[in-house]
Each structure stands twice: as C-alpha cells, then as structure tokens.
Design a protein around this ligand. Structure first.
Ligand code: FEO
Length: 384
C-alpha cells in the first residue's frame, strides 16, 4: 500500500488478539502500523507485535524489492511496536537503529543489548537525511511512554505520530474513526493530556498533509477534524452535549432509578442521555463516555461500607486519568445505611474542577415517592 510513491505501508492486521495491552477488548482486531520511506537511503518506521515478525519482514522486503533497509527508526518501545527489533537486526545486519537515549535504555532492558554497533542516537529537533527526505525528530514524552518521539518528513509533509491519532481496530474492517479512537485515547493516553497538549503545540508549527500513526488508518483528509478532537480530549474539554449515566445494580432497583432519571431528562429536552451498566458493558466504553460529555451521573449501591466493585473500578479509571471540569450527580442506594454518595465524593477529592449536584438521590432499597421527587429535582438541576 502506498502512502505516496516513496512511502509505503508495511504494517499488519491482528485478528488473533483477545485483549489489547492485556486489558482492552478489540472486537475488530488491531493494526500495528509500520512504514518504509524510500530514498537514497531507506528507513523503516517502527516494527510490529511479536506474532507478526514474518509478515512484517516479508512486507519490508517486498516494499524494497529485495534490498535491505538502511535504518529502523524506533519511535516507541512498547512491545506492540518494538517486539521485532531483534528480528530486524538479525535479518538486516548492516542496518542502523535510530532512537533517543531513553529508547536505547529500553532496548537494552527488552533485548539484553542496546546494539552499540548499530546505534544512531538522536536528540529532540535533530534531523536525519535520507536524501530528499529529511526526517526531524520531535520528542513526545509520555505520549504514551517517556521515550516516544514523532518524526516529521518536511518533503512529504508527513507527520509520523507514534500512538497518537491511533485507534482500536484492524485496517481491513470499516468502522467509524472517532468512536474507537476516543476509546483508545482515554484508555491508553488519557492520563497524559498535558503532554499531548505540548506536542500538539509543536505540531501546530508544522505543515502537515498526512498523519501516519502506529495504529488505525493513515489520515490524509480533513486533518483539522482529528486535530480538534485531540485538542478537546487532551484539554479535558466537553466534546458532545448531553449526559452519561453510569450505574451498577444488584437487584434492579438502582437500575430503575437510573432509567427514571434518563426518562425525566429526555422529557425535559436533554439532547443525549447515554446509559451504561458498569458490570455488563465494556469499561473502556464507559470511560470514554464519561470524558465525552460534560455531565456524569453515578448510580450505585452501598457495599461492604464502600461502593459496588464495578463502580469503584470505574471511578478509579476516571480519577487516575485526570478526570476534571465536570458536573457529577449521584444516586445512592442502601437498605440500612446508605453511604455511597459520601464514598463517591471522597474518591474525587483530588480531582480538579468537579462540581457535585446539590441534589443527591437516596434510594432506600426501592424507589418511592421521596426518591422519585429527588430524581425529578436532580433532572431539573442537571438541565439548568
Ligand atoms: Fe501502541 Fe503505547 O503502544
């Protein structure tokens, strides 16, 4: 596959994977992207997951018509991209490996050697000439690991962006970009909004026509759309109007309360009310919805003097990713000593700019006229 006549795609699609990074469901598989830049010297951008070494090496050989590449550029050392560095070094013994000081420290940890005879160590802003293509390395620490760097090819106006602008899903499956890119972003990079903002500022100074990420499709049209989404996500801004209700329910009573709130909000004209049962639906999907909307309602039971386990996990997923700038409403349930609201509030104590609704709904076992009136009041407040 050609990105342009001198930049070729040599990545692979993975439909064997069960959990990406050991954690995320990827029903449409995963792509590990890799690219070849052909010039007087040739460069390969990153390797692929350990299970796809043969296919990747074959793709490189085909792209280069059998000749060996001169460089392997390592933008990111997470094994979904780095696992075949050793294989590359063995297959192409004269090729150099390009990375920064942190890259080579990690290569040594993963491979037992940092390939001293092959090393080309680059600094932030440094360039490597392939002939007409001059590659400039733009460090992007913590997007998603400390050694990450982007690579800008000014001649082609291509920015290689490591994990950034990636998504879940293999490239041979048609699906909406934003949905799986958002789930990927908040799941994997969400904690590092400030670092993403920093690299977006560096990228703004570049003339970019094509973004080549390490996952998901190559982006070459309407780049402002993707850049704006990344700006919203990384600044913890609100992307969509509406509200997300996340609940757990043991016997269905908390679920009824969540559904009644949804009904009331819709009757009052709320443009979108997304609802998820945290015990049964994909947790990463719920995390992305919490960041997507400006308002969140948490409905859960008191459990072992704490809150129900899936809600605890969900809140932890949010707070460790820097959840902020949001309004939160609470529906608590408890038969003899409801205390979920107090516990939930304490879990957001260190979060920035969280406003709790004045109305807390307390369900004592099952909905009654008092709790229904509280739900009405909460709906009014959230629509205010
Ligand atoms: Fe796709 Fe952070 O690895």
């Amino acid at each position: 596959m050609f990105i342009r006549d001198d930049i070729l795609y040599v990545g692979v699609n993975d439909h064997q994977i069960d959990l990406f990074e050991g954690l995320y469901d990827v029903p449409n598989g995963m792509a590990y992207n890799s690219y070849v830049i052909k010039d007087e010297k040739t460069a390969v951008m990153d390797s692929v997951d350990q299970n796809f070494g043969d296919e990747w090496i074959a793709n490189i050989k085909q792209a280069l018509g059998g000749s060996a590449p001169d460089y392997l550029i390592v933008q990111h050392m997470e094994p979904d991209h780095s696992a075949n560095i050793g294989r590359f070094a063995a297959e192409f013994p004269n090729a150099k490996i390009v990375g920064n000081a942190k890259t080579f420290a990690m290569i040594k940890r993963f491979f037992g050697t940092d390939y001293p005879d092959k090393q080309v160590v680059v600094k932030d802003g440094e360039t490597l000439s392939l002939g007409s293509h001059e590659l400039k390395f733009v460090f992007a620490p913590m997007v998603h690991w400390p050694e990450v760097m982007f690579t800008y090819d000014a001649a082609a106006k291509v920015l290689f962006t490591a994990d950034a602008f990636g998504k879940f899903g293999a490239l041979d499956v048609e699906e909406d970009w934003a949905c799986e890119a958002r789930r990927y972003y908040f799941g994997i990079v969400g904690k590092y909004g400030m670092q993403v903002q920093n690299v977006l500022k560096k990228a703004a100074a570049l003339d970019i026509q094509t973004i080549c990420p390490l996952h998901g499709p190559v982006l070459s049209e309407n780049l402002d759309y993707y850049l704006e989404l990344y700006n919203t996500w990384s600044s913890y801004g609100v992307e969509s109007e509406g509200l997300f209700i996340a609940y757990t329910s043991v016997y269905g009573n908390t679920k009824k309360a969540a559904e009644l709130l949804k009904e009331k909000l819709e009757a009052k004209g709320c443009p979108k009310v997304a609802v998820a049962d945290l015990a049964r639906e994909d947790m990463a999907e719920s995390v992305e919805d919490a960041f997507r909307y400006g308002k969140l309602v948490l409905a859960t039971t008191t459990y072992n003097a704490d809150i129900f386990p899936f809600m605890r996990e969900f809140i932890n997923d949010l707070t460790e990713r820097g959840y902020q700038n949001r309004t939160i409403g609470i529906i608590e349930n408890g038969t003899w000593a409801p205390m979920a609201a107090k516990v939930i509030k304490s879990k957001f104590e260190k979060s920035k700019n969280i406003t709790f609704a004045n109305t807390t709904v307390t369900v004592n076992s099952a909905l009654d006229s008092t709790s229904e009136a509280q739900i009405e009041a909460l709906a009014d407040e959230l629509m205010g």
